[in-house]
Design a protein around this ligand. Sequence first.
Ligand SMILES: NC(=O)c1ccc[n+]([C@@H]2O[C@H](COP(=O)([O-])OP(=O)(O)OC[C@H]3O[C@@H](n4cnc5c(N)ncnc54)[C@H](O)[C@@H]3O)[C@@H](O)[C@H]2O)c1
Length: 412
Amino acid sequence: MAFNNSRIGNSKLAEQGLNSWQWANSRMGVISRILNEFGKTKPLNQTKLGLCLHITKETSVLVMAALRLGAKVTICSANPLSVQDDIVAFLFSKGVSVFARRDETVKQYKEGIKEVLNRRPEVLVDDGSAMHIVAHSSGSEGIVGGTEETTSGIRRLKILEKRGKLKYPVIGVNDALSKHLFDNKYGTGQSTMDGIIRITNLLIAGKNIVVCGYGSVGKGIAIRARGFGAIVTVTETNAHRALEAHMDGFIVKRLIDAVSEGDIFITCTGQIHVIRKEHIIKMKSGSILANAGHFDIEIDTKYLKSNCDDRYLVRRYLECFRIRGKRVYLLSSGRVVNLVGSEGNAPEVMAMSFANQLLSIIYICRNHRKMKRAVHDVPMEIDQYVALTSLKSLGIKIDKLTDIQLKYSNSY
Ligand SMILES: NC(=O)c1ccc[n+]([C@@H]2O[C@H](COP(=O)([O-])OP(=O)(O)OC[C@H]3O[C@@H](n4cnc5c(N)ncnc54)[C@H](O)[C@@H]3O)[C@@H](O)[C@H]2O)c1
């Protein structure tokens, strides 16, 4: 359905979206503090922002804050299945051009990215770098810089940078401590278990859960799965991370050695084909496959689709594949299970991620002329500000180093 310059699902949902925005906003105190501090000077005055993010209630808090700071916003979704239609309708009612709807096709999702770029944004705010990559191949005139939300997106941009092809400076928001130590770990840990439970409604206690990857996301999922009473096995390719998982008390194995015992498999590596034919054929019947990594490439769904005798939808986002006399269940088509099955990460952690986003956008607007065409870290003063302001908004006070301690830190 076309509404002016937007493609949205259902404008009647705007009121529900308003309530959802208010609910998330009330739990994202850091953003309110930034608005109190910067609101009057309107640092994003008339800046055209192009966003490609998961369109959730937390994202609407970022968008509304950017509008308050003077920006003009156009947004599409970072994933065809993660869109919250009430938020789309709410943002549209606030004058934002939105190109997304729940369960849109991959073609529509790609069109959404083009629609945003057609409006000639000056700063791109991306999650996974799909929009950055399209901007690089189809013309990036007028773009002065960008930000990138997630691990997988930064990996792609760093390759562009290495090959000398990056056309504008980008701040890798994911790598801020106040982002990945909290959003990736506590946020995705909780919402991934939530997504699996909402889709399957199965008991987690006593299940053998295999977590592939023990980065920030894997750590969060493993601790939350253990909290539910699961027996958790971790698989890794990095020796330090594998040791960390071992000393955190998890079973560590090669995936091929864990497949015949696992009940639920969760990938969160950022890699391709982590679960593939050799694993699937050894799994027991009834095994459940879920992915929490950014792209739908971690489980070889093509193998499942082209080799199954039969497949059918058991219920929303839960598909059964009959393969080699067994049933293997795939959640959310192999796409981010926490955003498809659940509502994404909780507002308390997204507040920190989006505070980094907002301050990085302001930083780019002010400094892009002197920034190299490279992937930059979030400036430490921003990262520190977000952590301290988050503590303040939680009402937590911490100690300060005394003069003697400061002197001691600087002496040998
Ligand atoms: N769903 C969400 O809401 C959400 C949130 C944050 C990040 N992410 C995504 O999740 C993924 C992981 O993010 P992260 O920050 O934990 O990344 P990370 O790089 O810190 O961790 C990934 C880990 O996977 C391991 N790994 C790589 N290939 C492997 C393989 N074949 N088998 C087992 N382990 C392997 C790596 O050694 C590393 O330790 C990325 O795609 C990221 O973009 C998703």
